[in-house]
Design a protein around this ligand. Sequence first.
Ligand code: SF4
Ligand code: SF4
Length: 294
Amino acid sequence: MEKDETIEIRWHGRGGQGAVTSAELLALAAINEGKFAQAFPSFGPERRGAPVLAFNRISNVGHIRVRAAVTNPDVVVVLDPGLIYITDVTSGLKQDGIVVVNTPKSLADIKSELSGPWKLAVVNATVIAREALGIPIVNTAMLGALLKATEILGLESLVEPIKERFGPRAKNNIDACHRAYEETLMAELSVVGQGPRKAFETERLLSWQELLPGCVVIEAGNAKQYRTGDWKSQHPVWDQQRCIKCGICSLFCPEGCIGQNKEGDFEANMYYCKGCGICARECWTEAITMVEET
Ligand code: SF4
Ligand code: SF4
C-alpha cells in the first residue's frame, strides 16, 4: 500500500459465508498495523444464502470521514463462485481495480467470462476451507487471497485478529488464510472479451399455483419474484429407500419448497431451494444428503 492512500474494498458473499467477518478482521489487522480502517455491512434480507455486501476503507492518510457504502471500489472480493453470474460484482470498480474471485474454475476459464480493465486474482477457497476447516466457510481463505492480490497489509497482521475471533478454531483458519495466499493466481483481464459476464440461462419461472403440492406461499408472487434457487451452492438429494414420508423436512424448509411428487416421494423445487441444508439436518432417518452444485 502506497503512502497517503485510501483503499476501498467491496465484499460480495452470501449470508452465512462470513463476508462481514472478513471485513471486520481486515479492519482490525489494518488498525494493528497503525492504519485507519472501517468495516461495515450492507443490510438487506439477512437470510442464509442471500447475496450480502460488506465494505472496508483502509487508509494511511488519517481519519476516514466517509461513512457511505463503497460504490467505486479499488478491489472487489467475491466469496461465492455463482455471484459473478447473477450480480454485477464489478459495478463501479475503478479503472485499475482488482477482482478477487473464489472459484473452482481455471484462471483461463474465468478470464473468458470476465472482461474489463482490471487485474484478476483467483483461488479455490471452497476446497481450501473444506480441507482446513471441514466446512465451506471461505472468509479467512479469501482474506489470504485478498492480501496476495493487493499487498495492502502483511499476512501476519491477520493472525492476532483471527486468534481473537476464532479461539480454538484459529489455527485452522490461519492455515486456510496462508494456503489461499500461496495458491492465489493473478492475471490481467482482457478489455475486449465476451462481455462483462454470462448470465444463467433463464427458464420460465413457475407461478405460485404451479409449485409442488404441499408447498406454502405466504403471499402470491413472492416466491416467484425471489428465485432463491439462484442462491444455492449445494442442494439436497433424497434417498427414497430411507425416507419414511413423515414430512418433517417440508415443515422445516424455510422456503416452503419441499413437497411430494406424483409418486408420493418428497423432493425440493430447485427454483426456490436455496441450499441451506436445514432439511438434511432435520431429517431423522438421514434420508437427505447435501451435494455441492457443479
Ligand atoms: S424428514 Fe426425512 S424421512 Fe421425513 S419425509 Fe423428509 S426426507 Fe423423508
Ligand atoms: S429444500 Fe432443504 S436445502 Fe432447500 S431451502 Fe428447503 S430446507 Fe433448505
